[in-house]
Design a protein around this ligand. Structure first.
Ligand code: ZN
Length: 120
C-alpha cells in the first residue's frame, strides 16, 4: 500500500473502525430480538453470551455478518500492509475508491469484470 500516505491509511482505518462499531452496535440491538438470530441446531443459549462480539459474529447471519467480516478483513490487511491493493490484478486501488468503499478488495476494472461474469 505504498501509494497511500500514512495519513490516508490512518483516515481509512479510522473510518473502518467507526463502521465496525456502528455495525456491532446495530447487531447488538438486533440480537435482542430472537427472531433475528440464527441458532445452529436450535441450541439453548446463555443470554450473557449474546453480548460477546465473537458470539455475535458467528451467530448473526446475512448481510451484516458479511460486512463485519469484510471490515475485519480490511483492518487485518492494514495491519499486514497489504491493504489497498487489488486482489485480482495486484494494482493499487486509488484512495478515492477506498475512501468511498474501504472494504473493497478489488480495483474498479476487476470489480466490473467480476460483476459482468458473475452469472456465467
Ligand atoms: Zn484489479
Amino acid at each position: 500500500m505504498e501509494h497511500l500516505t500514512k495519513e490516508q491509511v490512518e483516515e481509512l482505518k479510522k473510518d473502518l473502525v467507526e463502521r465496525r462499531e456502528k455495525l456491532l452496535e446495530h447487531m447488538r440491538q438486533q440480537i435482542k430480538d430472537p427472531s433475528n438470530v440464527a441458532f445452529e441446531g436450535g441450541d439453548e443459549i446463555d443470554r450473557a453470551d449474546l453480548e460477546e462480539e465473537r458470539f455475535i459474529t458467528f451467530r448473526i447471519t446475512g448481510r451484516e455478518a458479511r460486512l463485519l467480516k469484510k471490515i475485519d478483513y480490511a483492518l487485518r490487511k492494514i495491519e499486514m500492509g497489504t491493504f489497498g491493493v487489488c486482489e485480482m490484478c495486484g494494482k493499487p486501488i486509488p484512495f478515492e475508491r477506498l475512501k468511498a468503499r474501504p472494504v473493497t478488495t478489488m480495483c474498479i476494472e476487476c470489480k466490473e469484470y467480476e460483476e459482468e461474469h458473475e452469472n456465467e
